[in-house]
Design a protein around this ligand. Structure first.
Ligand code: BGC
Ligand code: BGC
Length: 825
C-alpha cells in the first residue's frame, strides 16, 4: 500500500477521486510488478496525454455505448467507440447457449478493434453487462438470490462475497463492467423492480450497496450504483414514473445508497429513467451535476440508462444536448449511437454543448479505464486463464449461492412447529414452482424478462424439488413430485408464486396475489382436506397481499427469488431424523408485509397497513403462533377495473393468435406469427421498452386471423357489475394501415359464447400514425351476445384482409374517458 501512495502522491487535489481509486487489480498486477507502468506516470498526466491526441469525433466516440447486436467490432474501430453493452437477454451471435469461449471471443474482437491513437496507444472499449444476481446473461453461471433476498439475509459479508464471486465470473468472460448494484429503495411494491431493491430501509440499502461495490472492486470490476435517483419512489410504483417530492425528502429517502457507495469509491453511477416533479432525471443538470457532483461529491462517470436520453422533453434517442449538458458522460444508446455521435459533434461545433463539458466527460471515461487497468490489462484471450474460466458456475460459487439461499429465507408462520420436516419423512412436493428453475430465478435471467427459459437452460442448477429429494433420500425419507393430491404423505410442500418478470412488465395495479386464479389456494386446501399438513413456499419478487394463502398453510416460508441453488431450501426446511434443525432461519423481512392489497384512502399511494414490519421473521429457536388474518381485500371496493395489457400482458390474461389451422397459438415474448403466416405481432417501444404491440395482418381475404387476450386458464371473469356501471373496453391504438376488409372487435364468454362489433368503418377513418384512445361500451358487446358474467376473452380483433396498427393499452374499466367513447350503432 505504501508503494501505491508514494506513486500517486504528487498529483493535484483536483483528482482526489482518481487517486483513491487505483484498483486492487492494478495495484497487484500492474503497479507493483512494475510492468505496465514502466515509466511511472500520474493518472492525470496520462489522461491529458491521451486527450491531447484525440479528435473531437474520437472524444465523443469515447462517450458512446452501443449494444452488441447493433455495433460490430469494426464499427467500434471505425468510429472510435468507447463502450459496448449487452442488454438483458443479449448474447454473442444472439445465441442464448453461447459458451464462455464465445463470450471471450466477442470481447476479444471488440478489444482488437478498439480505437488506437496516433502514438499507438489502444483505448479498449469497456464492455458493460447486467450482472445483477450473478453473471445472469451467461448460461451455466451461478445465479444468486436477487437483491430482495440478500436484503432479507442482511449480511454485508455475504453480499461482498457474492459480488466478488460474480465479478470473477464476469472477468472470466472478458467483460469489465457491471451495471450493479441497484441501490433503489422500493416504496410501492406494485413496482416490478421491487426485487432489485435490497430493502425499503435506506440504511440497509446503503450498507449492502457498499458491500457489493467492495466485492466488485476487490476483483477489479467496474461497479455501477443505479438508478440515480428516486427509481423506487414513483407514483403508484410505476416503472420510469414520476417522483413528487422536495429535494430534501428525495435525498433522505433515496439518496443514502449513493452517499455511501460514493464514499466507498463507486466508479460509475447510472441515471434513472424516472422523472422528478415531472422532469426526467436524464435532463436534469440540477440532479446530475449540482446534487450528484457538487453536493454528494461524485467524481466518477455517469452513464445514461437505455435510450434514457430520448425520454427527455425535446430530445430523441439520437439527439439530446440537454442530457450531455446535464452531466451524462457515457451515453447508453443501444442502436442510435452513430447518429447520436454525429449529432453531439455538431452540437459542440454550434456551441450548444461546451467543449469543456466534452473534455470533462471524456476525462471521466478515461479515468475509469485507467484506474481499472483497462488501458493496460491486455487482450481478453490472453488474460482469461483456464483456471478463471472454470470458476463460472463452480462448486465453490454454488456453495456460496446455496448459503445465501439459506440465509435469505423468511419464516412467516410455523404453527404447530410443523417445520423442520423430519429427515425420514415422506413429503409430497407440489405447486408450479416445485421444479421450475426459471420461476426460482426470476427476471434478468438469460432473457431480459426471465421468460421463455426451461430447466434445460440451467446446467448445473438445482431445483427446490431436487434439493428436497437429495436431502430426504440421504436420511431415509422420500420426496414425491406430484401435480395433485392423490399421493399420501406426512407433509405437503406447496411451492408456488410469481412467474418471472422484469422492468415495466412486472408493474401491477394492486398487491393482491393472483386475484383471479386460486389454483395454489385450492391445492393447499385439497391437502388440508386430506389431513395432510401444508408447508407453503412462496417464490416472489415482492411482498403481496395473500391472507387466504397465509391462513390455509400451517407453515409459510418466503423464498424470494433464490436463483440456481434450490437446495438451500431443504437445508433449512428439512431437519435431521429426530426432527431437529440442521440450519435455523436467519432471514428477516426487508420490506413490511402488506395487510391490504391497496391503500384504502388513496390508491395512488403505497399500502400503509402491514401484517408484519420490516425485520420480522420467526426462527426455530424462537417460535410463535400466527393467528388468522382478515381475508377481505380492499381493492375490490375501490375498482373492479381489469387491466389486460399495460407495459406487458397482465395476469391473469395471456396473449394468443388464431387462424383455422391453430386457433390458439400463444404469443410469448416479443414476437408471434399465425399458423398460416398472415398475421404477425411484434413488441415495440413507446413509453417503456417493449410496452406496445405492433399488429400486422397481411391476408388476401381467404381466411380470418385473430389476435386476442384470454384468461390463461380459460376461465371467465365477471364483468356484469362493470356493465351495469356503464363500463367499457378501452384501448390506446395507432392505426398504421387502414383495414382493407371487414374487421370485428369481439368479446367472448368462452367460445362459442360471444359478441362482436363491426369496427371496419371506424378503423377506416382513424387518422394514420396518431395515437387515439377508443372506449367500447360493454353494453355494445352484451347486446351482441356476450354474457358479461363469464368473459374469458375481453379483446379479440379479427379480419381477413390487410391492416396494421399498434396497441399500447387495453383494459376493461368502470369509468371510461367520455371523449373516447364509441357508439355501437
Ligand atoms: C435498465 C438498466 C439496465 C439497462 C441495460 C435498462 O433498461 O433500466 O437497469 O442496466 O437496461 O440493460
Ligand atoms: C376460440 C376458438 C374458435 C375461434 C373462432 C377462438 O377465440 O378459442 O375455439 O374456434 O375463436 O373464431
Amino acid at each position: 500500500m505504501k508503494v501505491l501512495k508514494a506513486l500517486v502522491a504528487p498529483v493535484g487535489a483536483k483528482y482526489t477521486w482518481t487517486l483513491l481509486k487505483i484498483s486492487p487489480w492494478l495495484a497487484g498486477c500492474a503497479l507493483l510488478s512494475g510492468m505496465a507502468f514502466a515509466e511511472p506516470q500520474s493518472p492525470e498526466s496520462r489522461i491529458d496525454k491521451l486527450l491531447s491526441q484525440m479528435s473531437l469525433e474520437q472524444k465523443i466516440g469515447q462517450m458512446m455505448q452501443g449494444e452488441i447486436k447493433t455495433i460490430t467490432p469494426k464499427e467500434v474501430s471505425r468510429f472510435g467507440i468507447g463502450s459496448v453493452l449487452n442488454g438483458g437477454g443479449s448474447f454473442p451471435s444472439k445465441n442464448k447457449g453461447a459458451s464462455i469461449d464465445d463470450w471471450i471471443d466477442l470481447a476479444e474482437a471488440y478489444y482488437q478493434s478498439s480505437p488506437t491513437l496516433a502514438d499507438g496507444t489502444r483505448i479498449p472499449a469497456i464492455w458493460g453487462t447486467d450482472a445483477v444476481h450473478g453473471h445472469n446473461n451467461v448460461m451455466g453461471a451461478t445465479l444468486f438470490p436477487h437483491n430482495i433476498g440478500l436484503g432479507a439475509a442482511g449480511s454485508s459479508d455475504l453480499v461482498e462475497a457474492i459480488s466478488r464471486a460474480t465479478a470473477i465470473e464476469v472477468k472470466a468472460t472478458g467483460i469489465d463492467w457491471v451495471f450493479a448494484p441497484t441501490v433503489a429503495v422500493a416504496k410501492d411494491f406494485r413496482w416490478g423492480r421491487t426485487y432489485e431493491s435490497y430493502s425499503s430501509d435506506p440504511q440497509l440499502v446503503s450498507r449492502l450497496g457498499v458491500a457489493a461495490v467492495k466485492g466488485f472492486e476487490a476483483e477489479g470490476i467496474v461497479a455501477t450504483a443505479k438508478h440515480f435517483i428516486g427509481d423506487g419512489a414513483t407514483q403508484r410504483g410505476r416503472d420510469q414514473g414520476d417522483v413528487r417530492s422536495d429535494l430534501e425528502t428525495l435525498l433522505e429517502g433515496h439518496g443514502a445508497g449513493y452517499v455511501s457507495t460514493i464514499k466507498a469509491g463507486v466508479p460509475t453511477i447510472m441515471a434513472s429513467f424516472n422523472s422528478w416533479n415531472g422532469r426526467k432525471v436524464h435532463g436534469s443538470r440540477q440532479l446530475l451535476t449540482e446534487v450528484l457532483r457538487d453536493q454528494l461529491g461524485f467524481g466518477g462517470m455517469v452513464v445514461s440508462d437505455w435510450n434514457g436520453v430520448g425520454q427527455v422533453a425535446g430530445c430523441n434517442n439520437a439527439s439530446c444536448a440537454q442530457a450531455v449538458n446535464a452531466g451524462i458522460d457515457m451515453l447508453m444508446t443501444p442502436t442510435d449511437w452513430r447518429l447520436l455521435q454525429r449529432r453531439v459533434v455538431s452540437q459542440v461545433e454550434s456551441g450548444e454543448i461546451p467543449m469543456a463539458r466534452i473534455d470533462e466527460a471524456v476525462r471521466r471515461v478515461l479515468a475509469v479505464k485507467a484506474n481499472y487497468g483497462i488501458l493496460d490489462q491486455g487482450s481478453p484471450r490472453d488474460r482469461v486463464t483456464q483456471e478463471l474460466k472454470a470458476k463460472v458456475g463452480s462448486e465453490e460459487h454454488r456453495a456460496l449461492a446455496r448459503k445465501a439461499v439459506r440465509e435469505s429465507l423468511v419464516l412467516l408462520k410455523n404453527n404447530g412447529g410443523i417445520l423442520p420436516i423430519k429427515g425420514n419423512a415422506k413429503v409430497v412436493i407440489a405447486g408450479t414452482g416445485a421444479d421450475d428453475l426459471s420461476m426460482q430465478s426470476g427476471g434478468w435471467t438469460l432473457t431480459w424478462q426471465g421468460t421463455e427459459n426451461s430447466n434445460s437452460d440451467f446446467p448445473g442448477a438445482t431445483s427446490i424439488y431436487t434439493g428436497f429429494n437429495d436431502a430426504l433420500a440421504a436420511m431415509g425419507g422420500e420426496a414425491i413430485l406430484a401435480a395433485d393430491t392423490s399421493q399420501d404423505a406426512d407433509v405437503a410442500l406447496v411451492v408456488f408464486g410469481e412467474t418471472p418478470y422484469a422492468e415495466g412488465q412486472g408493474d401491477i395495479e394492486n398487491l393482491q396475489y393472483k386475484p383471479d386464479d386460486h389454483v395454489d389456494l385450492e391445492l393447499m386446501r385439497a391437502f388440508k382436506a386430506k389431513d395432510i399438513p401444508v408447508v407453503a413456499v412462496f417464490i416472489t419478487g415482492r411482498p403481496l397481499w395473500m391472507n387466504r394463502e397465509l391462513n390455509v398453510a400451517d407453515a409459510f416460508v418466503v423464498a424470494w427469488l433464490p436463483g440456481s441453488e434450490g437446495a438451500g431450501l431443504a437445508d433449512v426446511l428439512v431437519g435431521n431424523v429426530q426432527g431437529l434443525p440442521r440450519h435455523d432461519f436467519v432471514g428477516r423481512l426487508p420490506f413490511a408485509w402488506p395487510a391490504l392489497d391497496v391503500n384504502e384512502i388513496d390508491d395512488s399511494l403505497p399500502v400503509d397497513r402491514f401484517v408484519w414490519p420490516v425485520g420480522y421473521g420467526l426462527t426455530y429457536a424462537e417460535p410463535a403462533t400466527v393467528g388468522s388474518l382478515d381475508e377481505k381485500a380492499a381493492g375490490s371496493i375501490l375498482s373492479a377495473d381489469a387491466v389486460i395489457f399495460r407495459g406487458g400482458t397482465q395476469s391473469p390474461w395471456a396473449n394468443y393468435i388464431g387462424d383455422e389451422s391453430n386457433w390458439m397459438t400463444p404469443v410469448s415474448g416479443s414476437y408471434g406469427k399465425s399458423a398460416f403466416g398472415e398475421f404477425e405481432v411484434k413488441s415495440v417501444d413507446v413509453r417503456l421498452q417493449e410496452d406496445a404491440r405492433q399488429l400486422t395482418w397481411s391476408g388476401a381475404g381467404e381466411r380470418d386471423t385473430q389476435f386476442y387476450w384470454m384468461t390463461a386458464n380459460g376461465r371467465g371473469r365477471d364483468f356484469s357489475e362493470l356493465r351495469e356501471k356503464n363500463g367499457a373496453l378501452t384501448m390506446v391504438v395507432m392505426m398504421t394501415e387502414h383495414p382493407e376488409g371487414t374487421t370485428y372487435l369481439r368479446m367472448d364468454c368462452q367460445w362459442p359464447c360471444s359478441g362482436q362489433v363491426d369496427v371496419t368503418r371506424l378503423f377506416k377513418v382513424l387518422p394514420l400514425n396518431q395515437w387515439v384512445r377508443l372506449s367500447f361500451p360493454l353494453a355494445c358487446f352484451a347486446e351482441a351476445g356476450t354474457e358479461m358474467d363469464r368473459v374469458n376473452t375481453p379483446f379479440l380483433l379479427v379480419t381477413n384482409h390487410r391492416m396494421s396498427m399498434t396497441v399500447l393499452d387495453v383494459a376493461v374499466v368502470e369509468t371510461p374517458d367520455q371523449d373516447s367513447l364509441v357508439k355501437c350503432r
